[in-house]
Design a protein around this ligand. Sequence first.
Ligand code: F6R
Length: 247
Amino acid sequence: MNIIATKTKDEMASVAAGIFATQIAEKPDSVLGLATGETPREMYGELIKLYEAGAISFKDIVSFNLDEYIGLAPEHDQSYRYYMNDALFNHIDIDKAHTHVPDGMADDLEAEGRAYDDQIRDAGGIDMQLLGIGVNGHIAFNEPGTDFASGTHPVDLTPSTIAVNSQYFATPQEMPTTALTMGLASIMGAKKIVLIASGPSKAEILDEALFGPVTPEVPASILQQHPDVTVIADEEALRVIHEKDRL
Ligand code: F6R
């Protein structure tokens, strides 16, 4: 595992954008796994700047997002489809027909999950997967206790995740308590993984995930078993790791 320490979140964003830009330049038809949340916003901003500068094109890129809330229509401003359009897709030359977000409105969510993994496989697998990390160690919405062998599946969100994410909804009660998420096996199938982390709330869990025991109780710990993981984290997120002299 390669850990890149940055001073600030802005620096984390530009280093991560650089890694994705290199991937796109080397393989213009890359299949990218994308994440939502607060952590990647600036990184997407950097990718938009690189696109506007003519350094990269997304015209042949295919993307798969990690997750979506169950019951939120794509037009809902807290849906992850809306987030992706707003944060990235509306500003670049990607063909939206080549962008995938799990369908949280599907009637048969289990079947939708299986079909999503089939689509990833049919696209040739994910070349580079972006991840954030939840304060409880989740990656995508794979909450503590998730089977390492899981494919894309519906989940009940934990009180911790609901507490953190409900702040983005007009009223906390509006936040769905279930989601459709790529599974841990779906994520581990990516050829390369880039995990970004920023801020003090991630310091404890980042240390546990990267240096603690590999256990379903800390879903992100499974990344220790992946052959090509790059972690980019700012000073605040690396506080515990630095205190314990792990780097
Ligand atoms: C987002 C996702 C989540 C987030 C995690 C961190 O698609 O799957 O695992 O990456 O909850 O979220 P932020 O970046 O908001 O701290």
